[in-house]
Design a protein. Structure first.
Length: 230
């Protein structure tokens, strides 16, 4: 069994039969979640609730959109009741699921990131459409990217790539710093007002434990300067 420390937001988990039997499903979602169980689709690890027990993981089932709404079902399950656990999907694995108009640019983004030693991952609608085969994407959908830099040079290059390709693709998502602290990359890229020092500006940080505000300097101090591959 994985320890609780191994679980992070956006991870994928497949539930055991015991876990499914313990869920109290809302009446209006029973049929849809019944299909979820039948097809053995995964749930997504979410931010931990304050009253969750030490041996529980908080999860969500992001169901396909219905009549313009995005129904979700949240639950808690015991660590022992998780059958399979894995990180979010790699960008490369889901490209062929994306609309054709996105695929060439996504492939270029993936390739350029790899040259910098960066592995991009995805969550959200594109990930769930790949996993379930259900219709999640529409004309207003974003491509939610997870970007984990291991040093500051990677952070600079990865951020520049996301900004460049956001001119061609509806990119969104998060930078994951050490200790699994996540910042929306668009917020990180925003230029502060002239009266505010860039490194001392606070940004919203999300983690498995909750939400906080940190300065850019605090987050950057966790990353060595580093060098990119030749």
């Amino acid at each position: 069994m994985d320890s609780f420390a191994h679980y992070q937001r956006h991870d994928l988990v497949w539930l055991s039969d015991t876990a499914w039997q313990g869920l109290v499903l809302p009446t209006d979602l029973q049929a849809r979640l019944g299909l979820w169980q039948q097809e053995e689709w995964p749930a997504v690890v979410t931010r931990r609730q304050p009253d969750a027990a030490d041996d529980e993981v908080c999860i969500g089932f992001p169901l396909p959109p219905l009549d313009g709404n995005k129904p979700r079902f949240a639950a808690r399950i015991k660590l022992d009741d998780i059958a399979i656990h894995q990180p979010s999907l790699s960008l490369h694995s889901v490209i062929m699921t994306a609309p054709a108009v996105w695929q060439a640019d996504l492939q270029k983004l993936h390739h350029e990131a790899l040259l910098a030693g960066i592995k991009l991952r995805v969550y959200g609608s594109l990930s769930m459409q790949f996993l379930t085969g259900q219709a999640y994407l529409n004309a207003a959908s974003d491509i939610d990217i997870l970007f984990r830099p291991y040093h500051q040079a990677q952070l600079r290059v990865g951020l520049a790539l996301l900004q460049q390709y956001s001119q061609l693709l509806p990119l969104d998502g998060e930078i994951i710093f050490p200790d699994e602290m996540a910042v929306a990359w668009k917020e990180w890229a925003q230029c502060p007002s002239e009266a505010t020092d860039y490194l001392q500006q606070r940004v919203m940080v999300k983690s498995l434990q909750g939400v906080s505000l940190r300065t850019r300097q605090e987050l950057l101090q966790q990353l060595p300067e580093g060098e990119l591959p030749c």
